[in-house]
Design a protein around this ligand. Sequence first.
Ligand SMILES: Nc1ncnc2c1ncn2[C@@H]1O[C@H](COP(=O)(O)OP(=O)(O)OP(=O)(O)O)[C@@H](O)[C@H]1O
Length: 617
Amino acid sequence: MRQLLRTATGVIGLVLVTLTLVIAIIGPVIWGDEAEAVNAGAALQGASAEHWLGTDHLGRDIMARVLAAGQFTVTLAFLATAIGTVAGMVLGLLPVVLPRRLGRFVTSAVNALVAFPSLLLAMFTAVVAGLGARGAVLGIGVAFAPSIARLTQTLAASVANADYVAAARLLRVPRWRIATRHVMPNIAEPVILNLTTVLGGSLVAMSGMSFLGLGVQPPSYDWGRLLFDGFARIYVDPVVAIGPAVAIVAAGVGFNLIGEALARSVARTPARAKQGGRTAKAGKAAGSQPVEGAVLDVKDLTVTFPGAVTPVRGLSLTLMPGEIVGLVGESGSGKSMTANAVGGLVAYPGVVTSARMRLCGEELTELGQAKRRKLMGTSMAMVFQDPMASLNPALKVGGQLSEVSIVHQGAGPKAAWDRAVDRLGHVHIPDPEKRARQHPHEFSGGMRQRAVIAMGLMGTPRLLIADEPTTALDVTVQRQILKLLREVADETGAAALFISHDIAVVSELCHRVMVMYAGNVVEELPVAALATDARHPYTRALVASLPDMETDRDKPLASIPGHQPSPADVGAGCAFAARCALATDKCAESPPLDRTADGRAVACWHPVISKAEVAVP
Ligand SMILES: Nc1ncnc2c1ncn2[C@@H]1O[C@H](COP(=O)(O)OP(=O)(O)OP(=O)(O)O)[C@@H](O)[C@H]1O
């Protein structure tokens, strides 16, 4: 709702729709009797103080009839929309449920129906179903069904390739169940948003049918019928036709504007980040002032999804120039979500809040969209596990790299291309001129990852975020990419956030390590201390579960008993307590992340202190 009220379109739409709905609810109660009151002596009058829109041939007040007809008009529009939606969604989901050939037939039939003029389809159905409100409602429902079916099919096709649908197929889940359980819930939102616009269209179409004499028949009346009645007098008393015409236009435009504003606000939401209501808490906390000279300075970062799912819970993170920081933790601890939140990539309906989110000294949440995009586009580079996710398969690699220089640095196409070739050479891609002209599928996995790193180097990156960049690569290529990342960080002086499951790789590459558990950082320590001197029991357990050359291969590998709580189930207190051998009653309280003078931090009531640190008197 707040999003709606932010745009003029949304506000106007909301006012018009509210007015329409209020009139629809109270209209017949207040003006119903007056609308039906026959007064032969006052027939066919024009506008007057007594009858603002004049009277009809039986002397009935047209203004009262317009206000009383709102309910019937809106009800018919709702009914037509409901018919169109149900028929459209069923048609749209059929290709998911039916065998492939039949599914293709349904898709072709829908495509043919979409190409057929919808008014003709509505009129044809209405005539076949019988003149009157029922036939018109059915006709309009049928006319809208193909476009809703097409939308449903397109959305369903985008979800049909998702991993969870593939997994359900492998498990031989029945097709109808895949459609209702896996596909429908994931496409419901855009379909529902579209319905607002369909509702506006139905209202106008229904009025159109009545105006043409194919819809509501006397003595019933809706706005279209009133327009039909007034139209005969349009040259003598234009005002008698204006009332219903204004009502139809206002209601139709209102629903359409709301639909557009809703769609736009949803489209805008992925970039949404708020400076949350945590400023007061941050003010009290130690280190609440921005960190001078930091490349990235994040305070109290929280990511929330509907249903109280909070994968990141008040995380703070500072990266200094040239520093390579490893972010480690079990699967689901929120590492990628943290990276996505920093990169502005948390998708709707996720909400990102932070007390501070500074990149290169600029508070991102205070920057306008254009400035923020430019700063992030030129100063931040992100490398993901799957390089194909960052490379458009339809474009040449050189063209994609050039885009960065053209969009953010205002370079001409030739200069941008030359820089792209230079950057590809810089990340050790052999024969970069030839490679720049190739598509991503012509590259090997390692070369694609190099190309993505080269894309980050098109600007002047101050921050490099690498989210498991080597997980999908074989061991030899992994080494080369890690070496390249180190080279890039050393040579550009950029800070790097390196996300990985692999503690061995983190130990080799990073200067500092942050350990995440259930959405928060539980320990920060220099990499040298990771193997033998971690203080948090979770970090210790994580390190212990890593096999090394001395691990006895005859024994099962060490593992941490129990499970990490899911983001919706993290309660009060230490989230690791249930799995921790050192837990006491005190752990029912959340431990603060205590910083020590040696630059380390640990969030634990019972940190493990190594012998060297215990002062011997
Ligand atoms: N769109 C979403 N809606 C709700 N929860 C989500 C969404 N996306 C991710 N999550 C949840 O957020 C949690 C953290 O996910 P994230 O991908 O950040 O974990 P991770 O530590 O990077 O794990 P991995 O190492 O396996 O990639 C997970 O429990 C995941 O289920």
